[in-house]
Design a protein around this ligand. Structure first.
Ligand code: BDP
Length: 695
């Protein structure tokens, strides 16, 4: 009887923990840090052989964070509590630490080797010590140890061997930021996953537990900075009240190596400082910003700096006082310099009085300022010259400002790519830009090499992703939008990774290691972006979306206020043809690119078809490489896009029963919506453009 009840007890216990694990597994909250129990027995035995104990001598917050993560991850995946101690090897051990804090690390890893890894890099190495298998995770600074711990966990999460490791890793880009377009009232501009996760009204008294999970997720992919508020900024973020609130967030993020930044409003000295001017050359204004910087650093000693959208889309800027972007940026940079802060000054400007072709404006305004920015200023530049369209050629500023570190801005939130309703894996889009050769300094001067600073030897380098994170339980709205957050972080760390490799990691960590599941999801993700380009804006078309929400199609949209907020401005379709002539016979936009791109893109015959209507206005009968006419090709692409979504849907359906029902259903529902939307895009655009074509 006793035996029986013990058995029942065990079964109940097992059932309860199974249900608990599954409840947590289903809603997507844990992102790619799921740490579910590994069921392959042989693998478990192998992993356990290397992970019976964790040896740590240091107490730095980032090392404690690494310890907590390793314990949670290993316990979760292997089902056995790892013992943590300071010394005394027995069985397979993981030893983590820095040469400063750990005598064992000092003994077992050469200082020179570690030094090479820089401030954030790490070494993971398998050795045999005292006859025990040992994994060393060593770094110069505690945060490197934390990054190394996440890497080590990722190996197990993706079922890689861990017995003969020899890994050295260091980030290629120095500042790897998320930009939250979060307003202080809790709303998120272009956010599709609920409200802001920053609960300003509760802070500083109450600190939401979610901030720590946010920090863990970001640290796991190497993100080391976050601009907390919208680039369309409110001056209040700089008041004592908000600095105190932000300081609380910074306290939670600090152990995870994440620095807090503010988007600031250029008119803040007038709006909240009681001054009559915000002129950057005015000594009173300069003093105000210097004092403000002092106040911030008192409460947030590792504050990162300011992000600024100036003189763009109604935001105030130095131009009001007859000053330049450089005058404005340098004034702020001077205020931050004593504390090591930086300014990220955006180049997202398009004043049509400078040029009637919007894509040319930023170049014309910023290139003359090259060399005029202070050392702690980055010019933050969107991947393409319009605005995060499904596909754009790279922004011509990349390569055109050699003396200035250009920070690249990508959009994780899917403003123009179906928001949180469409499954669109954006890493291929970002890779297309990063891998683009600018030819700025001869062949193989890729955008990635400009962004990481290697082309000109800039030590300051940066990349920013407009966050898609919100208060939704699954953080990103769509389970697959999480992949864009993940991929962004991995590419920010190393822009030379491939989108397929990143997808493979993410799928294994987020969905399953079952090869069938991995292959199917990988296939869906690999084609998703091109499908979206096909059903929204094929062949270089752009900015065809409906106004305001930027979601559905609106090729006929004409904005009465601004020409360049109209779709017709971009496609210029008429009886004679379609496309924006930016060639030397048109706006001369191609002239902003280096040779041989300039010449190649200038002629429709040599311009890649993916950019054809971006640079050229062509007759509907223009012959395409497929043998079809341009009009037939447009029609073909729109239909192909829809067909691709149908295939994505079928592929997804084949996963039924192989992944948890809750996430399966959620994605299936969204795919149905995506298909409906794709058809709408096709039908509306084909009907509208078809109206111009002579039948
Ligand atoms: C556009 C968005 C707008 C942003 C702007 C920006 O529609 O909400 O404020 O970019 O980047 O994509 O400043």
């Amino acid at each position: 009887m006793k035996v029986y009840s013990k058995k029942v007890g065990l079964i109940v216990l097992a059932l309860v923990s199974f249900i608990a694990a599954n409840a947590a597994a289903k809603d997507g909250y844990r992102l790619w840090l799921r740490y579910d129990r590994i069921t392959e027995h042989e693998l478990v035995a192998q992993y356990k052989g290397h992970t019976t104990q964790l040896i740590i001598e240091e107490k730095a917050p980032a090392i404690t964070a690494a310890k907590d993560e390793l314990m949670e991850g290993l316990n979760g995946m292997l089902g056995e509590k790892i013992s943590v101690k300071e010394r005394g090897l027995k069985g397979g051990a993981i030893i983590i630490g820095t040469p400063e804090g750990s005598s064992i690390i000092r003994r077992l890893v050469s200082r020179t080797d570690i030094r090479l890894m820089g401030d954030e890099g790490y070494i993971i190495r398998s050795i045999v010590h005292d006859n025990h298998p040992v994994t060393l995770i060593a770094a110069n600074r505690p945060v490197g140890v934390l990054y190394g711990a996440f890497h080590f966990l990722r190996l197990i999460q993706t079922r890689k061997p861990i017995d003969r490791l020899s890994i050295t890793e260091a980030p290629r880009v120095q500042r790897r930021l998320l930009n939250h377009w979060d307003n202080l009232n809790g709303s998120v501009e272009r956010g599709y996953a609920g409200n802001s996760i920053w609960k300003w009204d509760e802070l500083p008294e109450k600190v939401d537990k979610r901030y720590k999970d946010y920090a863990r997720a970001n640290a796991s992919i190497g993100i080391n900075g976050t601009a907390l508020n919208n680039v369309n900024s409110q001056a209040e973020i700089l008041t004592d009240k908000y600095i105190k609130k932000a300081a609380k967030i910074a306290d939670v993020l600090r152990p995870y190596g994440i620095h807090v930044y503010f988007s600031v409003k250029f008119s803040a000295p007038v709006e909240i400082g009681g001054l009559t001017t915000s002129d950057p050359l005015d000594p009173g204004v300069q003093k105000w910003w210097q004092e403000k910087a002092g106040e911030i650093y008192k409460k947030i000693p590792d504050f990162g700096g300011f992000l600024v959208k100036a003189y763009s889309e109604g935001q105030p800027g130095p131009q009001k006082y007859g000053r330049t972007h450089a005058d404005g940026a340098n004034m702020l940079a001077k205020a931050l310099a004593p504390y090591g802060g930086i300014v990220m000054w955006r180049s997202f400007v398009y004043d049509l009085s400078i040029d009637s072709d919007r894509t040319k404006c930023a170049y014309l305004e910023f290139v003359p300022l090259d060399g005029k920015f202070n050392d702690n200023v980055l010019v933050q530049t969107k991947n393409g010259p319009v605005d995060f369209q499904p596909r754009e050629p790279f922004n011509p500023l990349f390569g055109a400002m050699p003396k200035t570190p250009l920070m690249m801005e990508l959009q994780i939130t899917q403003e123009y790519t179906g928001q949180a309703r469409h499954l669109v894996y954006l890493a291929p889009q970002w890779k297309e830009v990063l891998d683009s050769d600018t030819y700025a300094k001869g062949k193989d001067t890729t955008v990635a090499k400009i962004v990481d600073g290697s082309t000109e030897g800039h030590t300051l380098s940066g990349i920013a992703g407009v966050s898609g994170i919100g208060s939704d339980r699954n953080w990103s709205g769509h389970h697959f939008s999480q992949a864009n957050w993940y991929a962004y972080g991995r590419l920010a760390w190393n822009p030379y990774l491939t989108s397929a490799d990143i997808a493979d990691e993410w799928i294994r960590m987020t969905w399953s290691n079952d090869p069938g599941v991995v292959n199917t999801i990988a296939k869906i993700m690999a084609g998703a972006w091109e499908a979206c380009v096909d059903y929204m804006t094929p062949l270089g078309l752009h900015h065809l979306m409906a106004e305001g929400h930027h979601y559905g199609p609106g090729p006929d949209h004409v904005n009465p206020i601004r020409d360049d907020w109209s779709s017709t401005y971009y496609h210029k379709a008429d009886q004679n043809g379609i496309g924006f002539n930016r060639s030397s016979t048109g706006t001369k936009g191609t002239g902003q690119y280096a040779e041989p791109l300039k010449t190649m893109w200038d002629l429709p015959q040599t311009c890649p078809e993916k950019y054809l209507l971006w640079f050229h206005h062509l007759p509907w009968t223009f012959p395409m490489s497929s043998g079809r006419t341009l009009w037939e090709e447009i029609d073909f692409r729109y239909n192909r896009g829809v067909d691709e979504v149908i295939v994505m849907q079928q592929d997804w359906a084949s996963l039924k029963g192989k992944i948890d029902q809750e996430r399966f259903d959620h994605v299936a529902e969204r795919l149905a919506m995506q298909l409906e939307n794709a058809r709408e895009w096709r039908d509306v655009c084909i009907k509208y453009f078809g109206g111009f074509v002579e039948k």
